[in-house]
Design a protein around this ligand. Structure first.
Ligand code: KIV
Length: 273
């Protein structure tokens, strides 16, 4: 029996994203990288799960998202897909699998769709990767765009600071957003940009914007699940709201377990055969 805590059991699809925006219904999205977490998020009624390349940071312990491979993203998307019934599953295309050549981009996206249960891919960038996005869309694969702070380009910018603060950068972002809608992306992540700019883009587009550090004017919000659950204690940007302190809860629980083992209290008579 499903333990979904939302009354709305209807599958979330990419076309439902459009309807949600048209109806003014905000879209909730979180990352997940494994079966157990994905199942918990889905049961709680999350609208969409992003198998983010942030797995590189929070799962693998790398400093950037660049090391993630296509095989690793597919593995995480397979694990997540097994835990999800209702949420839309979107998988990040990792660095180096789509920028060079549209055909390579298509092959990478096709592998994600064939080998995992992802229902869409997410790609960082605008005009410079237009042809790759168009090639993927032409195969019937839904694409979520990603503008603003694009962590795969960290070595170009050298910082994770707020993006599109200058007029030039803001104009490019608006032009890229319009282009992504025009060629057929079904949604757009706006990461770490001024709230006024994100609101403007959201009001202009008919596809939903999903913000992270982009203010309340977006049509939905996404957070990295480890950050919002307090599993990633060292990371506390201004935009992050923590909904739990699971890091401390785990430390405390493991501390109690260690004490019980050391004192011989665990296992007791009822915990053995
Ligand atoms: O990889 C990721 O988790 C992301 C989100 C931060 C949007 O791209």
């Amino acid at each position: 029996m499903s333990t979904n805590t939302t009354d709305d059991k209807k599958k979330v699809t990419t076309s439902r994203f459009t309807t949600m925006k048209a109806n003014g219904e905000k879209i909730s999205m979180l990352t997940a990288y494994d079966y157990t977490m994905a199942k918990l998020l889905d049961e709680a009624g999350i609208d969409a799960i992003l198998v983010g390349d942030s797995a590189s940071n929070v799962m693998a312990g790398h400093a950037t998202t660049l090391p993630m491979t296509l095989d690793q993203m597919i593995y995480h998307a397979q694990c997540v897909g097994r835990g999800v019934e209702r949420a839309l599953v979107v998988c990040d295309m990792p660095f180096g699998t789509y920028q060079g050549d549209p055909l390579e981009a298509l092959h990478s996206a096709v592998r994600i769709m064939k080998e995992s249960r992802a229902e869409a891919v997410k790609i960082e960038g605008g005009a410079e990767i237009r042809e790759s996005i168009e090639r993927i869309l032409s195969a019937g694969i839904p694409v979520m765009g990603h503008l603003g702070l694009t962590p795969q380009s960290i070595n170009k910018f050298g910082t994770y600071a707020v993006r599109a603060k200058s007029d030039d950068e803001a104009e490019k972002l608006i032009a890229d957003a319009r282009m992504l809608e025009e060629i057929g992306c079904f949604a757009l992540v706006l990461e770490k940009i001024p709230a006024a700019l994100a609101t403007r883009v959201s009001e202009e587009l008919t596809i939903p914007t999903i913000g992270i550090g982009a203010g309340n004017g977006c049509d939905g919000q996404v957070l990295v699940v480890h950050d919002m659950l307090g599993l990633n204690k060292g990371f506390s940007p201004k935009f992050l709201r923590r909904y739990a302190d699971l890091g401390s809860a785990i430390n405390a629980a493991v501390g109690r377990y260690i004490d019980d083992v050391k004192t011989g209290d665990f296992p007791n008579a009822s915990e053995q055969y």
